[in-house]
Design a protein around this ligand. Structure first.
Ligand SMILES: C[S@@+](CC[C@H](N)C(=O)[O-])C[C@H]1O[C@@H](n2cnc3c(N)ncnc32)[C@H](O)[C@@H]1O
Length: 244
C-alpha cells in the first residue's frame, strides 16, 4: 500500500475508546497530524476518530449525535448492498458487460462503500482519498478484509488498493474508468447514507470542489467518466450523460 502527499486537513480529534488505548491514540494522532483528547467530552472538533484495539470509528460531536460510522467491508450493511441489487446500476455505469470488467479509479473513495461494491462485481479498484483520516480507516478495513473468514470478502478486498492523495494530481491510464462521487448537498438516501454523509460533511464541510474533480477527470486519457448524482439532479458537465 503506497501513500502520496495528502492535502485535506480534517476537523477531527483522536480519542481513545478507553484509557488503555491512550498510547495507540497518541501514535495515530501523530501520524495524522491531529490532536488527541482523553474523552469525547473534551473535544471541540466536530468529529472524533475513536480508537480501540482492533477497531476505529468516526463519531460526530454534537447534541443527539448519529451513531458511530465505521468502514467494515464484512459488515451486514455491506452484505445488504451486495445482495440488495444496489450494485446493478453502479456496474452498468462503469461499463461492466459480459466478459468485460473495467479497472476503476474511485477518485472520491470516502468510506469505500461504492469501491467495495465495484470490487465485489469484479473490478480492480484504485481508491484515492485525500483525507488522511478516511484513508487510514480504509487502509485498516482493507487489512481486516484481506483476512476475513468470508471468501467473497477476501476476493473483493484483493481487488482493492488505496492511495492517500489528491486525485487531481493522479495520472489515469487509458484503460481505466474514473468514478466520482463528490459531496453534493442535494443528496437523499437511507438513514445509513445520511449518517455517512453527515460525518463526511462534518469532517470537511459540504459540497467542496466537484468542479476541479470533473475538470481533472476530463483531462485524463480515459474513455469513460462516471459521476454519481441524485436522480433527476442537474447535469454538471457540458456533454449530455450517456445514461442517467
Ligand atoms: C461523498 S464522499 C464519497 C463516498 C464514497 N463514494 C463511498 O461510497 O463511501 C466524497 C469523498 O471524496 C473525497 N475527495 C473530494 N475531493 C477529493 C480529491 N480532490 N482527491 C481525493 N479525494 C477527494 C472527500 O474527502 C470525501 O471523502
Amino acid at each position: 500500500m503506497s501513500s502520496m502527499a495528502a492535502s485535506a486537513q480534517s476537523r477531527c480529534t483522536v480519542v481513545p475508546a478507553h484509557p488503555g488505548m491512550s498510547h495507540r491514540a497518541k501514535l495515530i494522532a501523530r501520524e495524522l497530524n491531529l490532536t488527541v483528547a482523553k474523552g469525547l467530552d473534551q473535544i471541540s472538533d466536530p468529529v472524533a476518530l475513536m480508537v480501540d484495539d482492533s477497531d476505529m470509528w468516526l463519531q460526530e460531536n454534537k447534541l443527539s449525535p448519529p451513531g458511530p460510522v465505521r468502514v467494515d467491508f464484512a459488515s451486514p450493511a455491506m452484505l445488504y448492498r451486495r445482495r440488495g441489487g444496489h450494485n446493478e446500476l453502479l456496474g452498468k455505469a462503469v461499463g461492466i458487460r459480459r466478459g468485460r470488467v473495467p479497472r476503476v479509479i474511485d477518485a472520491t473513495a470516502g468510506l469505500g462503500r461504492d469501491a467495495y461494491v465495484l470490487a465485489d462485481l469484479g473490478c480492480s479498484v484504485t481508491m484515492l482519498e485525500r483525507s488522511n483520516v478516511l484513508a487510514l480507516l480504509l487502509e485498516e478495513a482493507l487489512k481486516l478484509a484481506l483476512i476475513s473468514p468470508f471468501d467473497e470478502v477476501r476476493r473483493a478486498a484483493a481487488r482493492l488498493s488505496i492511495l492517500r492523495c489528491d486525485s487531481t494530481t493522479f495520472k489515469a491510464d487509458s484503460d481505466q474508468v474514473i468514478y466520482l462521487d463528490p459531496m453534493f448537498e442535494d443528496r437523499k438516501g437511507s438513514a445509513a447514507a445520511k449518517k455517512d454523509l453527515s460525518v463526511l460533511q462534518a469532517l470537511h464541510g459540504a459540497g467542496a470542489g466537484h468542479e476541479e474533480l470533473v475538470a481533472w477527470a476530463f483531462s485524463q486519457p480515459v474513455a469513460r467518466i462516471v459521476v454519481k448524482r441524485p436522480l433527476k439532479a442537474d447535469v454538471i458537465t457540458k456533454g449530455r450523460p450517456l445514461m442517467s
